[in-house]
Ligand binder design. Structure first.
Ligand code: ADP
Ligand code: MG
Length: 239
């Protein structure tokens, strides 16, 4: 079974779509407070693995343990209540609502009415958006929207936060802001699994890296070791 510092562990996790095996017998684990990046070529199974962890997909076989509990068949909302948060690849803020109103949707789930306004403003402060509180989310920059989504996920007070390509399409400056935010939240004790293509972004934030390829764990190790691995380079080049 999972060790004492293990927050999340998958055991022989497998996901088939019809006859196609997207996740193939994967043993993957995240320690409490760890920041792990998940990389791999397109179609490697990265998003599918996160969707299995959140419960958006049911496992075909194998098991998922979270904080010592078998969550393999738990509903997605139960997993959120247990402390698993997610920012999806697709934007999920409401464009017509202001930054404040968007943030309220998350903060009201963890704070009593008496402290709501203060908690919302604190949460906006944390993502450097307090000055844009009354701006409709649709008018924020992509970087600001990304920070708002991560801030909304963090406001649910998860122990583990899953981010699927959080800096896709962002400028270098915006990417650095997201890197700083993720690092701060991790320093506050939130463990992360971050899917990312940009190896420079990975190098900036990650402790440890897992490489998925063809639905299997291909390599695991430090960013330095992974970056210098010829076999990892080869799969990225499609060889
Ligand atoms: P990644 O995020 O690493 O790019 P995905 O997890 O999105 O990869 O997809 C892994 C493989 O599973 C791909 O070949 C993809 O086409 C397939 N796949 C993902 N979701 C589904 C689905 N709902 N139905 C059928 N095939 C899927
Ligand atoms: Mg994906």
């Amino acid at each position: 079974g999972p060790g004492t510092d293990t927050l999340l562990q998958t055991d022989g996790l497998t996901k088939r779509f019809g006859g196609f095996t997207a996740i193939d017998d994967v043993d993957f684990s995240v320690e409490t407070g760890e920041l792990r990046c998940l990389i791999g070529p397109n179609g490697a199974g990265k998003s599918t693995l996160l969707k299995l962890i959140t419960g958006r997909h049911d496992a075909t076989s194998g098991a998922i343990y979270y904080d010592g509990t078998d969550i393999t068949t738990r509903r997605p909302n139960e997993r959120v209540d247990l402390g698993i948060g997610m920012k999806f690849q697709v934007p999920s803020v409401f464009d017509e609502l202001t930054a404040y109103e968007n943030m309220r949707l998350s903060v009201q789930r963890t704070h009593a009415d008496a402290h709501l306004d203060e908690a919302i403003l604190d949460a906006l402060e944390r993502i450097d958006l307090a000055a844009r509180a009354t701006t409709p989310a649709g008018e924020l920059s992509h970087g600001q929207q990304g920070r708002l989504e991560i801030g909304m996920a963090a406001a649910l007070e998860p122990d583990l936060l899953l981010l699927d390509e959080p800096v896709a399409g962002l400028s270098v400056e915006e990417r650095n802001e997201v890197a700083d935010l993720v690092t701060e939240l991790n320093d506050d004790g939130i463990a992360f699994i971050v899917i990312e293509h940009d190896i420079d972004f990975v190098a900036e934030i990650a402790h440890e890296v897992t490489v998925l390829h063809g639905g299997e764990v291909f390599r695991e190790g430090s960013i330095e070791a992974i970056r210098d691995d010829d076999d990892v380079r080869r799969i990225y080049l499609g060889g």
